[in-house]
Design a binder for this molecule. Structure first.
Ligand SMILES: [Zn+2]
Ligand SMILES: [Zn+2]
Length: 450
């Protein structure tokens, strides 16, 4: 007979597991609006006094806890998961007359589970050791150097690993993924719309950044923020000495653009913009791909139209171009085109596939645990090696299938290495028009077409 631990919250958990796959682009995944109420009532009546760190350390350790708020609603909490926490000071019913009895999503607190311990009784008191995420407004109170509230996105979190607390299981309100936003990595995973995200880590004890604060871009010196209402698009200058992002709206305002009725004049400039020193990763990657021997002499006419189309577009991100934009696919295409046409290097075998699709990641996630397990005891104490590994970037709902066996055709074919999963950066790009003319923006720094 499994033991059940009944929580005291009236809980209404967000829908989790927004899946991103080639058939469901992340742009189509719409999460619950943050302006809606969470369904959580901030009137925790039974706040037990947290144990001291010494008392906590002496308690029995649990790898995971199945926590129930009703017979139907159960959540499994594990080490390294990000969770929603009901603020213990938010007794909002007493704040104002007619105040809503429920908290908004942004009123909840967020943390990462570092440890789970309890008193080992039949119906145990369970405590969580957590490290906090700071919301932008809360983060401003630490007065970190060079931080402006406007540098942080609406749903951005600053991770504060040194600010830790021991909280009771009653205060948890479900699992919430805080996506790791790797701004500099053009091959990083996309992030579902309206998700919480983090890119910076701050040590609140030593008052130093462990992962730097968001980088400022453009002429306006603003950061790139996800889920902006204005959906601003940014353009990148990939030339030596530049390597900067600029808002399309700022370039337009500064009259940094050209128009022409022939798009090929712009395409000529886009396709040659590549900095070998900066994008060494791509240079090395392409050099390692299999290719036929010989010298390439067929010029542009002999190259894949798909790859040429990628090479001949500006590098953009933001707005409809998503979190990482088209940079990965465009730069790969440009490098292959450049080497073939100017240096006579044979394009790699299946280079079209290489530009459009991504290779198999090394870390296939074989853990298929969901947070709705219905079997087992309320508290599991068995040590499971798989649960102990570092799992900083949980991305459930993004598990990918392995390439099917049928796609494997032979040991020398590229298809043995490349499952047909489109690169995040391989999105389609439509050229910008200004009336009946094509429009291209210019870099404020080098003044070239970007
Ligand atoms: Zn700007
Ligand atoms: Zn430039």
């Amino acid at each position: 007979m499994p033991r059940r631990t009944i929580g005291h919250l009236e809980k209404k958990k967000r829908t989790e597991g927004a899946e991103i796959s080639s058939s469901t682009p992340a742009s189509k995944v719409v999460k619950k609006s943050r302006r809606e109420l969470s369904g959580v009532k901030g009137d925790l009546k039974h706040q037990s006094v947290a144990p001291s760190p010494e008392v906590f350390a002496a308690m029995e350790h649990y790898d995971k806890v199945h926590w129930m708020t009703s017979e139907e609603d159960q959540t499994t909490y594990k080490i390294n998961q990000d969770v929603m926490i009901v603020p213990n000071s938010k007794d909002i019913r007493h704040n104002k007359k007619n105040a809503p009895a429920e908290l908004g999503w942004e009123d909840l607190w967020y943390g990462r589970i570092l440890d789970i311990r309890g008193d080992g009784e039949v119906d145990p008191e369970v405590w969580f050791h957590i490290a906090w995420y700071y919301s932008p407004k809360w983060f401003m109170t630490v007065k970190a150097k060079e931080t402006r509230l406007k540098d942080l996105g609406r749903l951005e979190m600053i991770f504060a690993p040194e600010h830790q607390d021991i909280i009771h299981a009653h205060t948890l309100n479900g699992v919430e993924i805080v996506y790791k936003f790797k701004e500099e990595d053009f091959d990083a995973e996309d992030i579902p719309n309206e998700s919480f995200y983090t890119r910076s880590t701050y040590d609140t004890t030593k008052r130093i950044w462990l992962d730097p604060p968001p980088k400022r871009h453009c002429l306006c010196l603003e950061t790139f923020k996800l889920w902006e209402k204005q959906k601003r698009v940014l353009h990148y200058c990939p030339r030596q000495g530049c390597h900067k992002w600029y808002h399309e709206s700022c370039l337009k305002e500064s009259k940094l653009y050209q128009t022409h009725d022939r798009v090929d004049l712009f395409e000529k400039e886009w396709q040659v913009s590549f900095d070998e020193d900066q994008f060494e990763k791509i240079v090395t990657e392409v050099a390692g791909l299999p290719r036929e021997a010989g010298v390439y002499t067929a010029k542009y006419e002999g190259l894949s139209p798909v790859v040429l189309a990628y090479a001949r577009q500006p590098i953009v991100k933001g707005g409809d171009h998503r979190v990482h934009g088209n940079m990965g696919a465009v730069l790969r295409a440009r490098w292959i085109v450049h080497q073939a046409v100017r240096r006579g290097v044979m394009p790699p075998t299946d280079y079209e596939k290489y530009v459009e699709y991504r290779p198999e990641p090394e870390d296939w996630d074989s853990d298929s645990d969901s947070d709705a397990e219905s079997e087992g005891s309320a508290v599991e104490t068995a040590i499971d090696e798989n649960e102990q590994h570092e799992h900083i970037d949980p991305l459930p709902g993004k598990k990918r299938k392995r390439p099917s066996e049928s796609s494997v055709q032979g040991p020398t074919s590229m298809e043995t290495e490349l499952p047909l999963e489109p690169r995040v950066s391989g999105i389609k790009y439509e050229h910008t028009m200004d009336g009946r003319q094509y429009l291209a923006y210019k870099c404020p720094n080098c003044r070239e077409i970007i």
